[in-house]
Design a binder for this molecule. Structure first.
Ligand code: 6PG
Length: 224
């Protein structure tokens, strides 16, 4: 699915702007790229009342571990804001139990219908993975469950993961990818210019009735 593309000289600011406006049920992602945007919006928006924050995926480590996505977002954002209701994935429970616990939490919040998240921020790996949905993994075909465990990730850190499924991601009202750097240019091309491909998980993000936006720098957009 072709996104609305925003090539920016300052993708951090562009992403922080979106985060500033995000209300309701909001999903944040891990990895290194969004950290600066979280730090920036923490200063610009101290009040997150009426906002629930969920996670796209988590590494199966305790929350204070250096590889924890929650730990990164806590340092960059949660420690500096008020009012947000934070739903972290419990990586320390392991992939299966952690995913089952998150699924229960999502279903308590959304009931049995579709989990209609208002805003999802995602990243993209050089192998075109997004969330912890890696090329060719069974998790890509999951349509019933909302969160699943992934035993073997396709990329470092090589710890098992918990991830939202495409059933959740594609039900969202708004999905925004933040991708920067020349090492992502090919992944951006594969995710956003070709047909849906199980070998390129980013290309499977196709919100059924929501919007899809790509915020990137010129380097990441080089092959679009
Ligand atoms: C994770 C992520 C993952 C991330 C991409 C891009 O746990 O690693 O949530 O999906 O968004 O790997 O990460 P970078 O921004 O670090 O390149």
């Amino acid at each position: 699915m072709r996104p609305e593309v925003h090539v920016s000289e300052d993708p951090t600011a562009a992403a922080a702007e979106r985060l500033h406006e995000a209300r309701g049920q909001v999903v944040l992602t891990g990895g290194s790229t969004p950290r600066a945007a979280y730090e920036r919006v923490a200063v610009e928006r101290p009040d997150w009342a009426a906002t629930s924050i969920w996670f796209s995926d988590e590494r199966c480590v305790p929350p204070d571990h250096e590889h924890s996505n929650f730990g990164m977002v806590r340092e960059a954002l949660f420690d500096h804001i008020e009012g947000a209701e934070v739903h972290r994935m419990q990586g320390e429970l392991g992939p299966e139990e952690g995913a089952a616990a998150y699924e229960r939490e999502l279903r308590e919040a959304f009931g049995e219908g579709e989990p209609q998240l208002d805003f999802i921020l995602l990243g993209l790996g050089p192998d075109v993975h997004t969330c912890s949905l890696f090329p060719g993994d069974d998790a890509l075909g999951e349509r019933e469950r909302w969160a699943v465990g992934v035993e073997t990730p396709g990329m470092a850190p090589l710890v098992s993961r918990i991830t939202l499924t495409l059933a959740v991601v594609n039900s969202a009202r708004s999905v925004v990818f933040l991708v920067t750097g020349e090492d992502k240019a090919e992944a951006v091309e594969r995710a956003f210019t070709g047909p849906p491909d199980q070998g390129a998980p980013g290309s499977l993000v196709e919100p059924t009735s929501g919007t899809l936006v790509l915020i990137c720098d010129e380097a990441a957009a080089a092959r679009l």
